[in-house]
Design a binder for this molecule. Sequence first.
Ligand code: PEP
Ligand code: MG
Length: 883
Amino acid sequence: TRWVYAFGGGSADGDASMKNLLGGKGANLAEMSALGLPVPPGFTITTEACVHYYANQRQYPADLKEQVAAGLQRVEELTGKTFGDPANPLLVSVRSGARASMPGMMDTVLNLGLSDKTVDGLAKLSGDRRFAFDSYRRFIQMYSNVVLGLDHHMFEEILDEHKDRLYVTVDTALSAEDWEAVVADYKAAVQRELGRPFPQDAHEQLWGAVGAVFASWMNDRAKFYRRMHDIPESWGTAVNVQSMVFGNMGETSATGVAFTRNPSTGENRLYGEFLINAQGEDVVAGIRTPQALTKIAREEMGEKNPSMEEALPDVFTQFKSVVEKLEKHYRDMQDIEFTVEKGRLYMLQTRNGKRTAKAALKVAVDLASEGLITREEAVMRVEPASLDQLLHPTIDPSSPRDVVAVGLPASPGAATGKVVFTAEEAERLGGAGEAVILVREETSPEDIRGMDAARGVVTARGGMTSHAAVVARGMGRPCVSGAGEVHIDGRAQEFHSRGKTIRAGDVITIDGSTGEVLLGTVKMVEPELSGDFATLMGWADGVRRLKVRANAETGQDAKMARQFGAEGIGLCRTEHMFFDPDRIAAVREMILADDVAGRRAALAKILPMQRQDFVDLFTIMEGLPVTIRLLDPPLHEFLPHTEEDVAAVSQATGLDAAKLLRRAQELHEVNPMLGHRGCRLGVSYPEIYEMQVRAIIEAACEVAASGRPAPIPEIMHPLVATREEMKFLRELTDRTAREVIAEKGREIEFKVGTMIELPRAAIRAGDLAEQAEFFSFGTNDLTQTTFGISRDDAGKFLGAYVDKGIFEKDPFVSLDQAGVGDLIRIAAERGRAQRPNVKLGICGEHGGDPASIQFCESIGLDYVSCSPYRVPIARLAAAQAAV
Ligand code: PEP
Ligand code: MG
């Protein structure tokens, strides 16, 4: 097997299509090399080697050593340097590189190959002893931390001692001799901690680093990140070994990161940051505040330090043409890392850049308009779930802003919450449902869970490409980074800015689109759904086959759904209407009634209100289909249960307290989800369903009579299991509807159908289709009844199932296609066999989940229905499923 692929020197063994094998970084390094771009030579150890390593008790494949040696030799030839040679040492970086980028989650070692002997060689070669020892101490610290497992604070303390002794505060004030002394102390610390010296052999160092990168695939951060982004553990990571180039060799050296377009807004303009005389990690770590790439960006930011365009004009011109070439070649916005060593440009990485949803839309629409991609490709370029970021509120521009600090607009959107200062606290309070804003000096990969639990993030240091900014954008969390006026006092749990003190627990609002941090809560406005959003959604609608409807009961939700592009209502849960404070009394009266006559009397009070609900819905939906589900929950849900509640209800309504309590006790069920609910209510108390059907048809007549588009009600029965149930319900529905139609003298088109929520219903779907004109898969209940897992209690233990890998995903969130999906497939087949034009849809939570929508497309359902906010997500996911 081939485990090692070379790149650099104008050619490569691999190319960009080999991401699965070479990881994203390795595949793109190969591609750039083959394009003739300046890439420092190196080689990639494949992801298969990592998979082999884990499948074989952490042993490397037998022939890996040989292939790595050959790879190294090629690098030696291309660079004219020798690994471990004291006179002319080759130094390398060792970096992870999975198929999907996992920024900062895994380990990296730079400057590898340095030792007591080679450091002198580096000093001579570079003519800079200070630089050589600075590099050596960086290497010892990084290697000791990543490979030897020593805490980096130990090294920071040693460095601080030296600085104190020398009365200096900044690293740049240390001389070559000072760094030599630091190096000696670092090595002594390693010897003391481990009882053995810091490894001096370059090959031993290399294998140590390779092993550490493989091992970092299984660290907690990486596992958490994979779970969050649905990245399978089985993929493994590749390892890239690449000759070092140095951005810290003086004033004509630099290192930086760039995006070919703005990753926050999508604006088509080179965007990024760089640092003169610095090494790669310095930019991302947010230790020094980086400089702009272009003059215009520097001027806009009001920066004094020169841009790359001004400081290194020749290299900049070359760089600009390289990045333009890359964007055209990859036909997508690129995220690029580069280094300039003594005036020479080197490309260290390119990849399709992560971006906000807003930027994703703009870039996709622009690239299609520029003719670089097709409209269908543009539709595929936007992650449906990310649209969520755009559908949420931003700060009302007209509301007063009590600005306490301004930083960089690192990730758009606005959020309000209580200030917390640690990721742990964010996790604890966020997990308990509190809105919190995480305020940090800077963030690191350890903070990722806390960032996820927070509504937004503020950092005092770091640029637009700092860890906080990149991760927040990926998560869709608003973020303000590099707010330098924010002075955090971690011990006192407060921060100071503009003469004010903000304590932990105080409420602030952040605007990730302007970079402002505001005191208190601020009025928000609804999102703007025009422009690029409308354009891309239009293209998506053009390719989609599945219809998209919304689950909605109220007029407000229905309006929202239509704004978001819903093509009907797929589920109106009528019980929600029964909880209205104006009618719950009548509902309770109905439940307490001793006989049919008593129930009918109470139902007669509910009828006009229920009719008005439907008039409103039909009016808003203007002739689009509206699926109305008859009463579903067990009746006890409408009654008070505790003695206090009973007393309160009795006082407010005049209903007899003793009777209320007795009835609640009578209705008590051990297992209510499998009890007296769904159409079983309609069987026991047909008068309830008759009232609902009457309300629906009367409303339809009323709306039609008013000259508005005639409604198409679809009357749906819940929790049906058998042919006889369905027959009974169909007769009840038809009889009642015909009565109303006769009374009103107006023909109304309506359909009668059923939900499919029970395995029996799915398997006997042919029986149900004899009477049912449509099926709507209630996959919340169908998942519950198929797994025998209570949807209301699953939260307590499903987490453990997902953590242990027993469930890949929560089946209540993303459809279990193998099991529940199979039942749906069977039901669709048998339903259609009985009634070829039976209309099929899904209305469980899965109707808004892109993976589940893909499944619905694959089995040819007619529509999906989901909550209004997810309608755009579903439209896009449906389009992608159809492409
Ligand atoms: C379902 O069961 O999937 C469904 C849509 O109905 P409900 O969530 O109201 O039980
Ligand atoms: Mg249900």
